[in-house]
Design a protein around this ligand. Sequence first.
Ligand code: C2E
Ligand code: MG
Ligand code: MG
Ligand code: MG
Length: 286
Amino acid sequence: RAKSAGRNRIAFFEVGMQADIEDRLALENDLAQAIPQQQLQIHLQAQFDAQGQLDGAELLLRWQHPERGLVPPDRFIPVAEKTGLILALGDWVLEQACALLVGLRAKGLNTPLSVNVSPRQFRQPDFVQRVQALLAQTGAPASSLVFEVTEGLLIDDLQETVARMHALAQLGIRFSIDDFGTGYSSLAYLKRLPLYELKIDRSFVQDTPNDPNGTAIVRMVLSMAKHLGLRVVAEGVETQAQVDFLVSSGCDALQGYLYARPTPAWAWLEAQGATQPLSPASHPLA
Ligand code: C2E
Ligand code: MG
Ligand code: MG
Ligand code: MG
């Protein structure tokens, strides 16, 4: 019995792996349909400065799957990266960002919008030209666009990455290092890059203000950023005690559930200083 159970366990394990693989393939297939089937949505999460004024917003991708329901980006972005679908997804998100910027400008606003740009998307040989063409087509102001990249982008091909970041910065685009402190990159690169801000990862923010290691890390990042002239945003702010610590430590901006959850982009735009509310049908993203 024991022996055969052992063998069965192996068989079960293989069946489980098979199911995982099939599930992954199904997800990949479905993801390829997500754009044409209009299952993707953009949510926006606002950022606020130390005085509590709206200071920007981040685009966060959502996938409303017909059977699975809402699939979180942490689940499908890695799949999209692996299959290359991230290129189409990334283009689509950038188009949405430009449409939102045009919509904001129509209201007399120039709130900066942050877009997550994945390494594979950034490494497309014609990425700069694509961005340039999109800006020209839409008339969106490049100076209101912030690209969030992760330290992972800076691990290989640093030369090419630096050159490309400079080319995009020349267009007016600003750069932010997302999830700062969680990657393995050396700090030496920071002064070589045309950076605008660092986003302190949620895992560190959550350790403030009570955990001495958490507060030490946040203080160190803030002091380094000040010396380099970079803006610092704290991600994942959930409590007033975190706000008090972050603001008194010199953090420039805050983003997190305490202030605002990510909300559907069109609703967010509609709520922005509207003198004349847009109906969803007349909205550029409808
Ligand atoms: P991220 O860019 O670091 O985005 C921040 C994540 O933290 C978002 O998760 C946001 O909803 C969540 N968050 C914000 N405030 C709080 C808080 O107070 N508490 C907690 N627990 N979470 C908070 P989301 O939307 O699930 O996105 C996860 C990740 O997926 C993003 O991390 C980003 O790496 C990736 N992602 C999302 N949209 C895109 C996209 O358009 N393109 C690419 N390449 N990646 C994307
Ligand atoms: Mg981000
Ligand atoms: Mg982040
Ligand atoms: Mg993240």
